[in-house]
Design a protein around this ligand. Sequence first.
Ligand code: ACM
Length: 511
Amino acid sequence: MGVCVTKASPAQAAAPTPLDRVIPAPASVAPGGAPYRITRGTHIRVDGSREARRVAEYLADLLRPSTGYRLPITTYGQGGIRLRLADGDFGAEGYRLSSTPRALTISAGTPAGLFHGVQTLRQLLPAAVEKDTVQPGPWPVAGGTVEDSPRYGWRGAMLDVSRHFFTVDQVKRYIDQLALYKINKLHLHLSDDQGWRIAIDSWPRLATYGGSTEVGGGPGGFYTKADYKEIVRYAASRYLEVVPEIDMPGHTNAALASYAELNCDGVAPPLYTGTEVGFSSLCVGKEITYDFVDDVVRELAALTPGRYLHIGGDEAHSTSHEDYVKFMDRVQPVVAKYGKTVVGWHQLTGATPAKGALAQYWGLDRTSAEEKARVVKAAQGGTGVILSPADRVYLDMKYTEQTPLGLSWAGYVEVRRSYDWDPGAYLPGLPAGAVRGVEAPMWSETLENSEHIEYMAFPRLPGVAELGWSAAGSRDWERYKVRLAAQAERWDALGVEWYRSPQVPWGVAGQ
Ligand code: ACM
């Protein structure tokens, strides 16, 4: 006798994903009516605008491999998937998605809003849509309406490309993962003690020598200007703004090793491949330091269409307080001179933040009341705050003692801990409106490739994205963990590595 093997029936697999099973949680969902279905005959319809067509092309590229359908982009006809730039109360990034048997319509006031609506559509389709070979379908989208817009304008992820270098393709892969969760800022930590990763024509050895190694002594690398522009272009095509960081006056050994004249004693230190911090400083008393800063900021600003330039400012333990303040007083106007807004790690609030500057808070629960108070005081004076508390959203922190990758100086950060806090209430006394959003940094002392990045980002990154996008009142771990569990099938279809946290009911949702 043969053994009868039972498989899940196609009908079971075809039940559409409920409209509210999306990350980040949408602002409002009104389910109702029969589903829309993508079929062989579906057109993607756009109005005349080039921007809507660009988003439509992105959507078609996403859907064609797995559906096997042509999905032509047209400006005529009825029904189909319709992407519409429209007047309305959508805000800079909001959208409305409406699904009926006749049509699936995404409306927004901006291309970014359309793009975010497309990410919602993507998550409402079966996870197999993410595969790069033809799948049987069907491709239903539950009936009803989603109306959505973000809580914060800054929903960031940082990648440290200095401690270990990541190629343009590796960065693009991460950008695609960030876009799925409506992250809109890619902060690139381009310089540190272990490596300088961006070509600067007026100081060429920064990259060619300062970029020639990394933690552990590997070959390192750097982005040519063309490489960097390609990252910026690719990020923009996913509606992410690149925020480049040159960390100073500390975390500068790679620069100091490349040019002896930047050192107070005129002697270049050796390249550094360890993981200590706080031992390097630009020479605050030397004029050439400011020529260097001006050249670097000018060239980097010229390459960067985004509004921001991050100047680091953390862990300057080898710079006296007086020098630190002096340095920041001279460097912040240089950023403004080249048309950018200063972002700095929150130690910048120990100096005098420039008007309009943003401080990125990376403290912990145990950070002193004094240090927190400095940030609050700066915020009361107009400095915006981006929240990246290390014991919540540093994606390089180990999940548990057993996590093979990552660090643990800020503690272990399991999935619930990274999700279950409110950015709006995190630092008591911060004025309403001072919080610009959240950002999840990924430091790379222990991370060497995309698999490593993904294992640390998933499943925590979607939670940080939700804290940045969704209303405070929608935060509910018990519900969130079920939505999160449903994402795993999508990560598998995408070939994304992830950590199987015991806090999440994997395999329960989505069946
Ligand atoms: C930092 O983690 N040193 C910003």
